[in-house]
Design a protein around this ligand. Sequence first.
Ligand code: ATP
Length: 433
Amino acid sequence: TARNRNLSGLMAEVLNREIICLLQTLGEVAQETGCHAYAVGGFVRDLLLHIKNLDLDVVIEGDALAYAKKLGKKLGGKVRTHEKFGTAVVKLPDGFKIDIATARLEYYEYPAAMPTVELSSIKLDLYRRDFTINAMAIHLNPDTFGTLVDFFNCQNDLKDRQIRILHNLSFVEDPTRIFRAIRFEQRMGFKIGRHTEKLIKNAVKMELFDRFFGHRFFNELISILSEENPIPAIHRMADLGLLRFLHPTLRIEPKLATILEETRQALAWHRLLYLDEPCRQWLVYLLALMSSLPVREVVVFCERFEVPLRHRQFLGREKLAVTRIAAIMKRAMPETPSGMYHLLKDLSPEGLLHLMGLLKKKGCKKAISLYVTDWRQLKPETDGNDLAEMGYRTGPLYGTILRCLLDARLDGLVHDRASETAFIKEHFSLPDQ
Ligand code: ATP
């Protein structure tokens, strides 16, 4: 049986009133529908660690789809159901999302005349989860609201800061859990349990991964590379012999270690300056990890992990462009800002940060950072209307003049409208009157 402990007090301490009210409503709707509702997974784990986690996963013992519809109606939310998986998402008017799933069911056939009984399905549901720290639930129905459901003594592992699987075949069943173990270990400063680590090493030795590629692995890799600082997790993957599953020749050599660290610094710099410019950190780290591989090996990687086409094209294009530019900059940096501008102007934010991670020379980094902070925003003050007023005939010449003007501006040859006008008159003759 589960260890019972009521978490209402803890909830009041960690969560705000709206969330607690919402949890209560979730329980009331369960009562009205004649089923049981539980908050599960990361939400419970984080609550016990006094961390507010707004990813709410709910498991229903009963019909989750009927429950979701009723909940949607009561809260005025939008309901999306996936009949095949018995899951639903309810999106509330304020944007808050609740994931709802049906607990797994298992029937036990008793021998002879005994009836078939339904095993407490929340127990089975929790048993099928990745790690003990993620295998607790909180009962939400009104009469037991806030009761912690912990069948496998998971609280102890949380207290001991241990990542442990629930049964020995866990990694055979789903090897992506190995990536998850490393992610949780590094993020929370926990330790993968001794037995669990042994099972990971066995799985690696058995080359379990050779059969398990595809997008689920890729998604776990994205999650790792999206952690605030994924470098310790990358080193842990290397220690456990996992990098070669990404690519057989991938190793953390001093050169790659430096590139990863420089990449981290470039990303931190960018985050500080451009909070609102979207930059997909995981792509920058993936480019860094793959920096020693030729493009065709990146293509092989993308195929094995079923990387979506848009990412594949992006990775290929940015890798080629950055490799080319890095070679030019190592050989001979452009001498003028305009030369630098034209070299960098087609790179994405991710490509620029990848380039910064690759180049060691201070001068190179400085030039890229100036491009990001100043040069790429620069525009001449003169525009097409001004050129018409000055008497130039409309046509392709306008493009040429404005491009030259931008270069002149970048290189400091002009700095305001008056000097731009003088520059144009000096270099482009007006048509005969
Ligand atoms: P995060 O804070 O990173 O979102 P999380 O624990 O919420 O952590 P999710 O990936 O959102 O992680 O998964 C939600 C829950 O689903 C987990 O807590 C875990 O119980 C379960 N789960 C996810 N992936 C697996 C898996 N591969 N095998 C078993 N259970 C899993």
